[in-house]
Design a protein around this ligand. Structure first.
Ligand SMILES: [Zn+2]
Length: 495
């Protein structure tokens, strides 16, 4: 069903479950390292392989990071809680249970405010809890990479036991047609909060931030919530938006045709933007949760939690508001900078002494264009905020104009050295020697006698050709405004 029609008939209700892999040096319950991309099964030990008799111990940094996440999301922090065993069989989970938290989450009842089209939407957070990640199965031989049709499967346990924080929202009704944008804005904001806290590298493409998107529809005018589906592991911000939209359209068509929505997990397909049915959840799985007997309860000291709260960094939304005021930029400009991942770079360039408008101009203009050409993130261009600030300073003191500055940036990006080295090596400094400039003007006036006569005769517009001649003769290195003044003086004309 077309999206607009779906929205006329139904109100979507969103829910988001986000898993964030913490960036701790070691795993959740053992001392194994957590480096991404190591050869399979090289970061394992008896504890994370669940060999008989091995006993877990809790990673204190992971507890601290989870509490900081909870505090940043305005949650209450449990004064006492336990880990629980979630029992299910899966080949990438060596214990055949996952150590998680059940009815006693470490953090609960919070919220995160996000902005969509200039409006603030409050997303209520139900819980933030801590668990361990599973290993990773690779299915070989099938067409889709899924287990169906595969010849065999291989399991890598390097990831098994890496601390994983699960952040669950309460149902979010009332967003109407903006539901896809709200979902995306939430995950974007959450990712920025994690970055600000420094608890995870939150790389969706590497799976350190994974998102499950729940959607249900209720007929307009009804107050009874519909059956929800859960779309698993949607692994980019754009996919979050598309998955919500696709699922709204699909469910609306099913309901409008007199059908029923089945409670199930669904898989998102990047190529088509649609979802297909996965595991049915109609018969709720019984995980036989029980308190983990091998670990002591967690009882965070109230004074410690207060210290963690006091030491939280400035959170992204507040920081963006402050920078926007300090830089005097519009909502639109700020959104563009945020979408280009340029906010940190502009801030660092301003901190290095550049005027905000200039810092923004270079990062969002010349450098964004270059990053786009090279298909790399802006931050990975081989140029530093300090170097941009130096170019801005050279323009500010009149040693470079914009055209020359672009050549300097090009030189730095090509690895020709610092801005000053590029200026020296390429001879880019503006001609600021009056004698040298006068000599160039003399030559240009002699070569363009007709134009000079016109200017003398009062046709001041003709001075443009003479200034152009000076710029050409100096290979762009003359100060055009200064040249114009000197030419008019020389020809005895005043404006
Ligand atoms: Zn281990």
């Amino acid at each position: 069903m077309p999206y607009d029609e779906a929205l006329e008939r139904f109100e979507p209700v969103l829910g988001l479950e986000t898993h964030v892999e913490l960036g701790t040096a070691s795993k959740m319950f053992c001392g194994c390292p957590t480096t991404f991309g190591a050869p399979p099964n090289t970061q394992v030990c008896p504890v994370c392989l669940a060999l008989p008799g091995a006993l877990p111990t809790t990673n204190a940094t992971a507890i601290e990071s989870t509490i900081r996440i909870g505090l940043a999301l305005n949650c209450s922090i449990a004064q006492w809680c336990r880990f629980a065993r979630k029992n299910y069989f899966y080949p990438d989970m060596p214990k055949n249970y996952q150590i998680s938290q059940y009815d006693e989450p470490l953090c609960f009842d919070g919220h995160l405010d996000v902005e969509v089209n200039g409006e603030v939407v409050r997303i209520e957070i139900e819980r933030v809890h801590l668990e361990e990640d599973t290993g990773k199965s690779t299915h070989v031989g099938g067409a889709t990479g899924r287990i169906h049709g595969a010849d065999y499967s291989a399991v890598d346990y390097n990831r098994a036991g890496i601390p994983l924080v699960e952040i669950v929202t309460k149902p979010v009704p009332g967003t109407g047609g903006l539901a896809p944008e709200v979902a995306r804005a939430y995950v974007t904001e959450l990712r920025e909060v994690m970055r600000a806290l420094g608890v995870s590298d939150v790389r969706m493409e590497e799976g350190s931030l994974r998102c499950d998107v729940n959607v249900s529809l209720m007929p307009r005018g009804s107050s009874e919530w519909g059956t929800r589906t859960e779309t698993k592991n949607v692994n980019s911000l754009r996919s979050v938006e598309r998955a919500v939209r696709g699922e709204i359209e699909r469910q609306a068509a099913v309901l409008a045709g007199g059908g029923k929505i089945v409670q199930e997990t669904r898989h998102f397909h990047e190529d088509t933007g649609t979802t297909t049915s996965g595991r049915s959840k109609e018969e709720a799985q019984d995980y036989r949760y029980f308190p983990e007997p091998d670990l002591v309860p967690i009882a965070p000291d109230v004074a410690w939690v207060a210290r963690l709260k006091a030491a939280l960094p400035e959170l992204p939304r507040l920081r963006r508001g402050r920078l926007q005021r300090e830089w005097g930029v519009s909502d639109l400009d700020m959104t563009a900078m945020r979408n280009a991942d340029a906010v940190d770079l502009v801030e660092a360039t301003v901190a290095a002494g550049a005027p905000p408008a200039d810092a923004r101009k270079w990062w969002m203009g010349e450098l964004a264009r270059r990053a786009n050409e090279l298909v790399v993130p802006l931050a990975e261009l081989p140029i530093t905020p300090g170097q941009i600030a130096r170019v801005c300073a050279l323009v500010g003191e009149g040693a470079l104009n914009d055209k020359l500055a672009r050549q300097v940036l090009e030189g730095v990006l090509n690895g020709e050295g610092s801005p000053d080295e590029v200026v020296a090596a390429r001879g880019l400094r503006i001609v600021d020697d009056e004698g040298e400039l006068s000599a160039i003007i003399d030559r240009v006036l002699a070569d363009n006698a007709a134009a000079a006569d016109k200017v003398r005769g009062g046709k001041i517009a003709a001075v443009g050709a003479l200034v152009g001649g000076v710029m050409k003769a100096s290979r762009g290195k003359a100060d055009a405004a200064r040249a114009r003044t000197l030419i008019l003086e020389r020809l005895g004309v005043s404006e």
